[in-house]
Design a protein. Sequence first.
Length: 135
Amino acid sequence: MGAWYTIGILAGLGTALGVAAVGVLRQAILSFVVAAAIAVAIGFAFFHWYEAVAGLVGAACGALGSAPLVAGTLRRGGTRGWTALLLGLVAVVGAALAFVPVLGYLEALAVPVLGARLRRRAPDTHAGLRSLAKD
């Protein structure tokens, strides 16, 4: 194939690693650091520097894009264990799909878009409670 294919693989793997890390660690920045370290190590171990950069970008997209999903799930009463398990399964599927040409790129684009959409749809904290308060 070509370099575009392996760049897409690492972008998709980085995204999947970011999603899995947020599911386990529940902190976006720490998850990004862990996922980026693993993705960059894979990129340098098996490919070239540009694949490592794609893994870094994918890890950022995965970790920062899935953080609103995890926060909303836990805020609404989801358990940490089941959230981590479900996001781990999603990450395994995402890692497998990264080997399909072009889907790695689409994963890296879709996760932050969906995360931004979830963040935009989130209700305001304690909206309207002041009107119910009795003085």
